[in-house]
Ligand binder design. Structure first.
Ligand SMILES: Nc1ncnc2c1ncn2[C@@H]1O[C@H](COP(=O)(O)OP(=O)(O)OP(=O)(O)O)[C@@H](O)[C@H]1O
Length: 762
């Protein structure tokens, strides 16, 4: 638990965290106010804390320092959490969320009434709670129940908090493993990283070191290698070549830090820890030979799959390998033969249909409809306004005339909704189409129980990652025709793989490319600009002004990110209402990055303050340095099959139940209930990343582009962000950043072998 390299003798302090002034979840850097007994003289403490919450009683060691602006501060070098001993501690502990029926107000009343005896009374004479104003018998029964449950987790909690694990995670660990929690944590702490959302390798590693697992243990090396592959899959990779996995594992497994008496070290402080001023010394230099040996052992045990591609040795996690291999096989089976269809009859149907509707298909569209009649698998791709929807509509009519039973789906709820609106047919998310079964954590529709349809269209198919593509192809009946529609110039899927691009690049599958932009569409500056970007031209965008009537406008928001924040604020406050839009419902800010001043994290705070500020009667929940308020727009960050909410889904906070510790969030007219402990699954979404916006459309998009976003700037990022806007796109930032984005074509390479498997039937 270190914060800086300090040579002065350490002083000690014990107190209760009264409030957290600042906490960076990135670096763990925290400024908090500590109550050591005198509430009028709170002490400012500064240091690095992985998890810190108001109400924790902490024993701290550190040094006193004088800050030039803020005065006397206690710089924490190490700390440990202790059981609450003070009245405030008991009150915060009771109201911390662990005991249902006790919120902060009730906790205050109980402690006011019973003082230091509170815990004793709850333990042995719980009926006496009736003496506390506002507590009825029913509530006492609820408190009693959860107190009993809580007793069994108390031991686990004390153990875990002694090892730096926060209450929230301790509850999750207990929920996951029950009475074997301590056994799991002591024998295989790395299991936590696999089973518990929010605990990563670094936290598990910290716990492991605390419970005495040696840094060179095989256990640790294996977990580290898996972590490297998991991280790579978050960047879209399905495997890693040997010349990457070895140095990456080596770096991860080398332990640097300033050991303290409790054996913990700086590395474990936070999943994202980056910078440090600490003088680090190497405690354990990871051994390359050991990594190579363990890789081989894992291959033998089939914990990893090793393959040799053209040039190098590559390593897969088995699920990725088998999914990629099987997906390729299913695709190849599908394209083995096309259907025997009389093309003259199809042509005459198209002619009759277009004549009766007084429409004319472009030659590319004509080809798409003709091929869709007989191809078992076809890809239809094109940019905005090139008539994909128009073509799909005609294909539907043709399929219907051919007697096909049609199914429609898209990777996200929003894309499915749009597809329904456009086609008039019921469209589902792919997850729903495949009927997810929470019991088996798998899909009910698969090879043995395929979908009941003879033609299927998937819109926004560029968003399909390896796993959902594999699940989908497993569930598609043998003779069913498949039409994948998508815009190949958009960003690839958030999840691992580059499925649509790989399928196209293999040249094994029929692809129809629509390139002509239709007149109605070409009237939109959003669409014209998108095509300019796609061609690599610096886009001609009209500067913003009150008189402008283009749907795509440019605001030079200065070169500094701070100007960007100011510009976003001004647009939301003045321009957007003036242009006839509602900032609370119509606008989405899309950022290239999460971090930084014009990143989603910071902008969300700014926008929340602006669009949904604190107000009388609007309930809220303060968690660390973030606030969640009724009316906030939020985004789900992982697939939660039980709640049926998926990565990227947008919702709105409806109400809090501070007694039962639950919050209702509305997703697409459906209320979903979250335990407070699960709130790390969601984040504020007034601003979201462009990556997460794929498949969604918004009336108004504000797109800040700054050179600070350099690492992320690319043509397809800019293009994807811009084309999310349906009525108005406001691009702000520096011209240099726009130029960099337009020039940067190199899509970050994704390590996938679907293309090769399709080409060579590997
Ligand atoms: N053959 C056609 N004849 C006349 N109008 C057409 C034709 N094809 C498309 N359009 C019109 O062009 C516009 C864009 O077409 P459409 O919406 O199908 O494109 P899209 O590729 O689906 O675009 P996006 O990806 O932005 O949804 C629409 O107004 C559509 O009615």
């Amino acid at each position: 638990m270190t914060s800086s390299s300090v040579t002065a003798p350490l002083s000690s302090l014990t107190g209760v965290i009264e409030r957290i002034t600042f906490h960076s979840s990135e670096s763990g850097y925290t400024v908090a106010r500590l109550n050591t007994g005198n509430v009028k003289q709170l002490i400012t403490i500064v240091g690095s804390f992985a998890n810190i919450q108001a109400g924790q009683t902490l024993q701290l060691q550190g040094v006193w320092a004088e800050h030039p602006s803020y005065g006397s501060q206690f710089q924490v070098v190490k700390y440990k959490e202790t059981k609450p001993a003070t009245l405030t501690g008991i009150e915060k502990y009771l109201g911390s969320g662990l005991i249902k029926g006790v919120g902060p107000v009730t906790a205050h009343r109980i402690v006011k009434h019973f003082g230091l005896e509170t815990l004793e009374i709850i333990e042995h004479q719980i009926d006496r709670l009736i003496e506390v104003p506002g507590i009825a018998k029913k509530r006492i029964a609820m408190i009693q129940r959860t107190w009993e449950e809580q007793k069994s987790i108390k031991e686990v909690m004390i153990f875990l908090s002694g090892h730096g694990v926060s209450t929230t995670y301790a509850v999750k660990i207990y929920k996951q493993y029950g009475d074997s929690a301590i056994a799991t944590v002591t024998t295989n702490p790395y299991q936590l990283a696999i089973d518990i959302f929010g605990i990563g390798f670094l936290t598990a590693d910290k716990i492991a070191r605390n419970v005495g697992v040696a840094p060179d243990s095989q256990f640790r090396y294996k977990a580290g290698i898996i972590h490297v592959l998991d991280k790579a899959s978050e960047d879209g990779h399905c495997y890693l070549p040997e010349n990457k996995i070895i140095p990456m594992s080596r770096e991860l497994l080398t332990v640097k830090g300033v050991p303290d008496s409790s054996g913990s070290n700086k590395r474990g402080q936070n999943e994202d820890e980056t910078s440090t001023e600490i003088e680090e010394k190497t405690e354990h230099e990871a051994d390359e030979r050991a990594i190579v040996n363990i890789l081989s052992e894992m291959v033998q045990l089939e914990e990893l799959i090793r393959e040799r591609d053209e040039n190098e040795i590559i390593y897969y996690k088995p699920t990725f390998y088998y999914s990629e291999q099987h997906l390729a096989k299913l695709i190849l089976q599908k394209i083995e033969n096309s259907l025997d269809v009389d093309s003259d009859r199809v042509k005459s149907w198209i002619n009759r249909y277009t004549a009766s509707r007084k429409i004319q298909l472009s030659p590319q569209q004509y080809l798409a409809v003709l091929k869709a009649a007989s191809e078992k698998l076809m890809i239809l791709t094109g940019g905005p306004g090139t008539g994909k929807t128009f073509s799909v509509h005609t294909i539907f009519k043709l399929w219907k005339a051919m007697g096909r039973k049609i199914a429609c789906a898209a990777p996200t709820g929003r894309a499915a909704k749009r597809l329904s609106e456009m086609t008039g047919l019921e469209a589902k998310t792919i997850h729903r189409l495949l009927e997810f079964d929470p019991g088996s954590m798998g899909f009910k529709r698969d090879l043995d129980n395929p979908l009941e349809c003879s033609a299927i269209v998937i819109d926004e198919s560029s968003m399909m990652d390896l796993f959902i593509s594999h699940s989908l192809f497993k569930a598609i009946p043998k003779d069913c025709q498949v039409l994948l529609v998508g815009d190949i110039d958009q960003l690839p899927s958030v999840g691992a793989g580059n499925v649509l691009s790989d399928m196209i690049a293999s040249e094994k599958i029929t692809v129809v490319r629509l390139t002509q932009v239709f007149r109605q569409a070409a009237e939109s500056a959003i669409i014209r600009t998108a095509h300019q970007i796609n061609r690599g031209h610096y886009p001609q965008i009209e500067p913003i002004s009150m008189k402008a009537n283009s749907d795509c406008l440019w605001h030079s928001g200065g070169t500094e990110p701070e100007h960007g924040v100011q510009t976003v604020k001004e647009l939301i406050e003045y321009y957007i209402p003036h242009a006839g839009f509602n900032p609370a419902t119509d606008v989405q800010v899309l950022c290239p990055m999460t971090r930084g001043v014009v990143g989603t994290r910071n902008l969300n705070k700014v926008l929340q303050q602006l669009i949904n500020p604190k107000s009388e009667g609007k309930d809220e929940l303060v968690r660390g340095d973030s606030i969640l308020r009724v009316g906030d727009r939020v985004m789900q960050l992982k697939n939660d099959y039980n709640k049926e909410v998926f990565n990227g889904d947008l919702g709105m906070v409806m109400k809090f139940d501070h007694i039962d510790k639950k919050v209702n969030i509305n997703f697409d007219e459906r209320d979903v209930v979250y335990d407070y402990a699960d709130l790390n699954e969601i984040t504020l979404a007034w601003a979201t990343s462009i990556h997460k916006s794929q498949g969604s459309e918004y009336p108004v998009v504000i797109l800040p582009l700054y050179t600070q976003h350099y690492v992320m700037l690319s043509r397809n990022l800019f293009y994807t962000g811009l084309t999310r806007a349906k009525k108005l796109a406001l691009i702000i930032g520096s011209e240099k950043a726009v130029a960099i984005a337009v020039k940067q074509v190199k899509q970050q390479q994704r390590y996938t072998r679907l293309k090769e498997r399709l080409e060579k039937a590997i």
